[in-house]
Design a protein around this ligand. Structure first.
Ligand code: FES
Ligand SMILES: [Fe+2]
Length: 426
């Protein structure tokens, strides 16, 4: 699939109903509760990365709203997911993000569970009328999966498999080689806005020339040159041409710092591209094909030309984006706050491939902070500031509903799929 199917967008476009996207969706407690029940309990979630589960008994914990889930490496290599709750009287079993060992011991009355979730030890077993519980009682298990260096879980015991849920978008993502990438940024930022305002922002590129004008030095941000595809189930893909420039002043055909770095990396003299920098994209694609295998990147052969240079922005319904480049990618996620629909958590994880023979990349520590306490990067700081300004606006009685351009169809589709889940059509 070397060119994207504009037809996929058109087909989806015809399916759009045009439901009004009103302000209540972003602050109503009732609506947030419906999402919790009907959306977040039915989709696949990322719990963490496989690199944190190298050895038998290693686990990651992910808390989502009121739920907390353990994903544990099993003997023989697979992973299993369990509710992080002690079945005795409901104590949270494990605190912290990651750990390892031969099981889990509840801090309240010391019930002990093995790594496969079975109760293996307790005090005063003879005192339980229902007994014996040891060897029979288990932590409540959930569907789990491992794919592309991530471990996943689903809160719905009857969920389709991760592969079924991903559908055709999996095929596109499978072309990338993600083994051996190192998580170099690992941040969770609390934002004063509804989680969907984060998703709306990442579901359109209309804001690039206005909020991130500096990206014109590396991307052709014009929607007419950008490809969009909407898939069944709510996932979508946007492909924006990179290693080029905007067609607009002041960026057109000028070599920016970002572009210069890529040209140097692929053995070009950036000066040669001054005044014709839009030719860098195909020149770099050609050089990546020629030199990639000798630089430890045989997998480039699996990628389409566009995947070598262009930002492939995969949105997995409802709340995750993978922004893919051949040797690095971002995982961006928004999760609702457990109790306040006007707050959310924004996860920003970056992954990079170390150079063969080069210095090891340090694994990032988990940083958790509130917006404003420290910057992430100019682009994300620009994004987050508008998301929170929008929260103020959608709260206003002066806001009726969003008025979307066709290039913002992914936002319309996102909201309609949420409504479909809530109203039982999916
Ligand atoms: S609540 Fe866990 S052992 Fe009692
Ligand atoms: Fe943005």
């Amino acid at each position: 699939m070397d060119s994207l199917h504009g037809s996929a967008l058109l087909a989806a476009d015809r399916r759009l109903r045009g439901d009004p996207i009103t302000g209540e969706r972003y602050f109503s407690r009732d609506f947030a509760e419906q999402e919790r029940r009907h959306v977040f309990r039915r989709v696949w979630h990322i719990a963490g990365i496989s690199a944190d589960l190298e050895d038998f008994g290693d686990y990651v914990v992910h808390s989502l709203g009121h739920e907390s889930v353990l994903v544990v490496r099993q003997k023989g290599g697979g992973v299993r997911a369990f509710h992080n709750v002690c079945p005795h009287r409901g104590n949270r079993l494990v605190w912290g993000d990651v750990g390892g060992g031969d099981g889990f011991t509840c801090a309240y009355h010391s019930w002990k569970f093995s790594t496969d979730g079975l109760l293996v030890d307790m005090q005063d077993p003879e005192d339980f009328a229902d007994g014996p519980l040891c060897g029979t009682l288990r932590l409540k298990e959930l569907p789990a999966a491992e794919w592309h260096g991530f471990v996943w879980f689903n809160l719905d015991p009857n969920a389709p498999t991760l592969a079924e849920w991903l559908g055709p978008i999996k095929q596109e993502l499978d072309r990338y080689e993600l083994d051996g990438l190192v998580r170099t940024a690992y941040q969770r930022i609390e934002l004063a806005c509804n989680w969907k305002l984060v998703r709306d922002n990442f579901n359109e590129s209309y804001h690039l020339p206005t909020i991130h004008p500096q990206l014109g030095g590396f991307f052709d941000e014009d929607y007419k040159n950008t490809e969009f595809a909407l898939f069944d189930g709510g996932h979508n893909l946007m492909v924006m041409q990179g290693v080029t420039t905007s067609r607009k002043e002041p960026y057109v055909d000028r070599v920016s710092t970002m572009l210069r770095d890529v040209l140097v990396r692929w053995d070009y003299d950036p000066a040669e591209f001054e005044g014709r920098a839009r030719e860098a994209r195909t020149a770099v694609q050609k050089r990546m094909r020629e030199l990639g295998p000798s630089r430890g990147r045989k997998f480039y052969a699996r990628l389409a030309d566009r995947q070598l240079t262009d930002a492939h922005h995969f949105t997995l319904f409802p709340n995750v984006t993978f922004t893919m480049h051949p040797d690095r990618f971002l995982m961006l996620r928004a999760e609702p706050h457990p109790t306040d629909p006007e707050k959310c958590y924004f996860d920003h994880w970056a992954f990079h491939r170390p150079e063969p023979g080069g210095a090891a990349l340090p694994e990032a520590e988990h940083e958790k902070f509130r917006y404003g306490e420290r910057p992430i990067s100019p682009v994300f700081d620009q994004d987050m500031s508008v998301m929170m300004a929008q929260q103020q606006g959608v709260r206003s009685s002066g806001f009726d509903h969003a008025r979307l351009s066709r290039q913002e169809a992914r936002i319309q589709r996102f909201h309609e799929i949420i409504t479909d889940y809530i109203e039982g059509r999916i």
